[in-house]
Design a protein around this ligand. Structure first.
Ligand code: ZN
Length: 338
């Protein structure tokens, strides 16, 4: 009997222990659940919830990607991170609680970050940049940074949705040229500043080209030169030194244009003072000279002092500072292998 009682008592104790352990286990599970839910919440909240210790940023403009990451982002991933951190530092150092909302606003809906960017790198413009700033310096600085070439093609059905007429289209009876909205507005700023610096007669001879037009153009050049070659393949190889096959032309992106003041695009344009000003100043307006003289080996396209590509000011500035062409810059950002 004592043995039985002992065992019953032991059994009773076991039940208590089991119940206690169950409660403890339930408690632990509840804690884990609570932590998981709170973790999920902060992930799904706006980035501003996490990034701004002042708690003021939910509706504040995020600090300019252009302003901050151009100074040191080494790749696309760190760019986001770096753009958030300076505001945190600013809050910690000296700015008052509501400092973000006290910042001057350039134009409606446009944060003052762009102004700080200009100041931070000493950019000065002769024209009023307010109407253009939001285009020259796009909110998503990476949207316009990508390659179009034989290795990175555009589909036959790719047509940009925001094509607009190009105000600087050469008026010689040719069809009105078109560019994507941001590129067109940035070009207006570029040319307006150019006009104050002696660039008064440069016009756009070619901008957006559809896949089918590029197809026509390439075949036209091949037909035109066939008599000089034994095979079509040889002729195509030759034509590829100054034209491109459909789907591989940057002109299909709607982000580039050919502009000069000659009757047709020629390298001699580079010797003109207008071309020099354009090449030296394009980055300030978010453009790059896409096919520079010293990068032919990389771009596989001959030097084109007339072909300007819009990438946005952050990328253009960084490429200018690093001395890189777009192909090199995209690799540098880790966008492509080689
Ligand atoms: Zn071109």
């Amino acid at each position: 009997m004592p043995g039985k009682q002992q065992s019953r008592r032991t059994g009773g104790t076991s039940i208590y222990i089991a119940v206690a352990l169950t409660i403890l286990a339930l408690g632990i599970v509840a804690c884990i659940l609570a932590l998981t839910i709170s973790g999920c919440h902060s992930d799904s909240g706006t980035p501003a919830d996490v990034s701004f210790p002042n708690g003021s940023a939910a509706s504040d403009p995020v600090i300019s990607e252009a302003g901050e990451s151009s100074s040191g982002a080494s790749d696309g991933q760190t760019s986001d991170h770096e753009s958030a951190s300076p505001s945190s530092q600013a809050g910690e150092i000296s700015l008052p609680e509501e400092s973000h909302s006290d910042l001057p606003v350039l134009i409606e809906g446009q944060p003052a970050s762009a102004m700080r960017f200009e100041e931070s790198i000493g950019l000065r413009y002769q024209i009023d940049m307010n109407p253009y700033e939001q285009y020259v310096n796009p909110e998503d600085p990476m949207e316009y940074v990508f390659l179009v070439n034989p290795a990175h093609t555009l589909g036959s059905d790719y047509v940009p949705e925001d094509l607009v007429d190009c105000a600087y289209t050469r008026k010689d009876g040719r069809k009105m040229q078109q560019l994507r909205l941001y590129a067109e507005k940035a070009l207006e700023a570029f040319m307006a500043e150019g006009a104050l610096n002696g660039v008064t007669n440069v016009t756009v001879t070619s901008a957006y080209r559809s896949y089918s037009y590029q197809d026509y153009l390439f075949n036209h050049y091949v037909e035109q030169n066939m008599s000089k070659f034994k095979t079509r393949a040889d002729c195509e190889k030759y034509v590829l030194t100054f034209s491109t096959k459909p789907g591989t032309s940057e002109h299909q992106s709607g982000l580039c244009c050919d502009m000069h003041n000659l009757s047709s695009a020629q390298q001699s344009f580079a010797k003109k003072p207008e071309a020099k000003w354009l090449a030296e100043n394009c980055w300030r307006f978010g453009f790059i000279l896409r096919y520079p003289e010293d990068k032919e080996e990389i771009t596989k396209i001959i030097y084109e002092p007339w072909h300007f590509r819009f990438v946005g000011r952050e990328a253009a500035t960084e490429m200018h500072d690093l001395g890189m062409c777009l192909d090199e810059y995209c690799v540098y950002l880790g966008m492509y292998d080689q």
